[in-house]
Design a binder for this molecule. Structure first.
Ligand code: FAD
Length: 391
C-alpha cells in the first residue's frame, strides 16, 4: 500500500507518469530524490537543481506530501527507504545516458532481489527511445526519416497533477541542497510553466536563428531537468511546427544515446576521422573567448556569463574548435557540459559529434565559416557587440 517515486530528470508534478501511477496504485506515496556524488554537474546545473528541488518540495507539500532528500547511491538509498516505509513498489523515469542505464539496471536487480515491484516510465522524451525503429535497425541514425515518422504519432494524453499525495508518518525528509540563488535562471516547475505560458512562438520560424533577436524559448534547462513535460509543451496551442521539430531533435538524440551510450567518448560513426592536432593553447584561447574571431568569442563569452548559448553560436563555436583549430571534440563537449545550465548528455555529445563530423551528420565534412555565419545570422552585429563589449 506504499510506493516510492524515485525522481530523476522529471522534477515536476504536472504530467508526471511515475508520480501519477504511484498515486493511483498506492495509498501512501513517498517521493524521493537522491543526491548522488558520482554525478559531477557544473555549478550552473547544481544551482538550478537546488531551485528545482525546492520548488518540487513546495508543490508536494501543497498536496499534503513532501520530498524526501537523501544523499548517496540512489539504488542503496531507495532500498533503505523502502525498508523504512515498507514500500512494495518503486516508480521511476527511465533515462538514456550510460550512467542512468546502469543505475536503472542495478535498481531493477536490487528490487527483484527484495521482491519490490519496479516500474520504469519513458517520460523524459515525447516518444520512448526504441518506440520507432527503422527497417533492419534498432534506432534511427539520420534525423529526417525519424522526424517524418515521429510527427505522425499520436501523443499520449497529458496527465493532471495529483491533487493529494499522502506521505507515511515519521519519515525524515532531509535537507535540500543550497545555492539556488546562484542559478543563472530560476530552477523549478513554477518558473518553467511561467516561461512556457509567456513564451510567444509566433516569430520562431523567422526568428530562431537571429542571434541578436534572441527569440528562442530558453526552455532547455527546464526540459533537461524535467521541470516541464515535453509532451505538454508541444501540445500547447499555437506552437509552430518548426519548434516541435526542434523538440524532436531532442528525442532523436535520446534514442541515439540509448542505443549508443558510449557517445560521450567514442565516435558514433564507424571510420570517422578522429585525430586531432589542436594544441592546449588553442583550446584555452577558445574556452576563454579570445580567439580573435568575433562571433566565436561572443558565443564563448555568452556561455561564461549566462551558462547558456544560442544554438547558432553553439554550432559556430563547436565547428571552429574542431574543424578550424583541430581540437578534439571531447574537450569542447566537456567544457560545455561544465558551463551549461542545460548540459545534457544526449543533446550535448550528440550535437558535438554531429558538428565534429564523427556523429549523425550526413555531411560530416561541412564547416561553418564564422564570418559568413555572422553576416547571415547577426547582420546588425548586435550579438557580437553585446558580448564583446563586456570585456
Ligand atoms: P529552442 O530553439 O527554443 O528549442 C526548444 C527545445 O528543443 C530546446 O529547449 C531543446 O530541448 C530542443 N532542441 C533544440 N535544438 C536542439 C538540438 N540541436 N538538439 C537537441 N535538442 C534541441 N541542448 C541541450 O539541451 N543541452 C545541451 O547540452 C546541448 N548542447 C549542445 C551542444 C552543441 C555543440 C550544439 C550545436 C547544440 C547543443 N544543444 C544542447 C542543442 C541546442 O543548442 C539547445 O537545445 C538550444 O540552444 C536551447 O535553447 P532553447 O531552449 O531556447 O531552444
Amino acid at each position: 500500500d506504499t510506493a516510492i517515486v524515485l525522481f530523476t530528470r522529471d522534477l515536476r508534478v504536472h504530467d508526471n507518469p511515475a508520480l501519477a501511477a504511484a498515486c493511483q496504485l498506492a495509498r501512501r506515496v513517498v517521493p524521493l530524490f537522491v543526491r548522488d556524488r558520482a554525478v559531477r554537474a557544473g555549478d550552473p546545473r547544481q544551482a538550478f537543481l537546488a531551485g528545482a528541488l525546492a520548488d518540487l518540495r513546495g508543490s508536494l507539500r501543497e498536496r499534503g506530501g513532501d520530498l524526501v532528500v537523501r544523499e548517496g547511491d540512489p539504488v542503496a538509498e531507495t532500498l533503505r527507504l523502502a525498508r523504512e516505509v515498507g514500500a512494495e513498489g518503486v516508480a521511476v523515469a527511465r533515462d538514456v545516458s550510460r550512467f542512468a542505464q546502469r543505475r536503472y539496471d542495478r535498481l531493477a536487480e536490487a528490487c527483484g532481489a527484495h521482491r519490490i515491484a519496479l516500474k520504469g516510465f519513458d517520460s523524459v522524451t515525447v516518444v520512448a527511445p526504441f518506440a520507432l525503429r527503422p527497417a533492419g535497425g534498432d534506432h534511427y541514425k539520420v534525423f529526417s526519416p525519424y522526424w517524418r515518422r515521429w510527427r505522425e504519432l499520436p501523443h499520449r494524453a497529458v496527465l493532471p497533477a495529483p491533487s493529494k499525495v499522502e506521505l507515511p508518518a515519521g519519515v525524515a525528509v532531509g535537507r535540500l541542497p543550497g545555492g539556488a540563488d546562484r542559478a543563472p535562471v530560476p530552477g523549478g516547475e513554477r518558473a518553467a510553466r511561467e516561461r512556457m505560458r509567456r513564451w510567444d512562438g509566433s516569430d520562431y520560424v523567422e526568428g530562431h536563428d537571429d542571434l541578436a533577436g534572441d527569440r528562442t524559448s530558453r526552455l532547455s534547462p527546464y526540459l533537461h531537468f524535467g521541470c516541464l513535460s515535453p509532451v505538454e509543451l508541444i501540445g500547447k496551442a499555437g506552437v509552430p511546427e518548426e519548434f516541435v521539430r526542434q523538440v524532436c531533435w531532442r528525442d532523436f538524440y535520446a534514442q541515439v544515446c540509448a542505443a549508443f551510450p558510449q557517445i560521450v567518448d567514442t565516435p558514433y560513426r564507424p571510420g570517422a576521422h578522429d585525430e586531432w592536432r589542436g594544441s592546449d593553447a588553442d583550446f584555452d584561447r577558445w574556452a576563454a573567448g579570445e580567439t580573435g574571431v568575433p562571433l566565436v568569442d561572443a558565443g564563448m563569452r555568452q556561455l561564461a556569463a549566462q551558462g547558456w548559448m544560442h544554438n547558432r553560436a553553439r554550432l559556430v563555436t563547436a565547428s571552429y574548435l574542431t574543424k578550424d583549430l583541430g581540437v578534439d571534440w571531447r574537450r569542447g563537449a566537456a567544457h560545455f557540459m561544465a558551463a551549461l545550465v542545460d548540459g545534457d548528455v544526449a543533446n550535448n555529445y550528440g550535437n558535438w559529434q554531429w558538428v565534429a563530423g564523427t556523429g549523425n551528420d550526413t555531411r560530416p565534412y561541412r564547416k561553418f565559416n564564422p564570418h559568413r555565419q555572422a553576416e547571415r545570422y547577426d547582420p546588425s552585429g548586435g550579438y557580437r557587440q553585446r558580448w564583446l563589449d563586456r570585456v
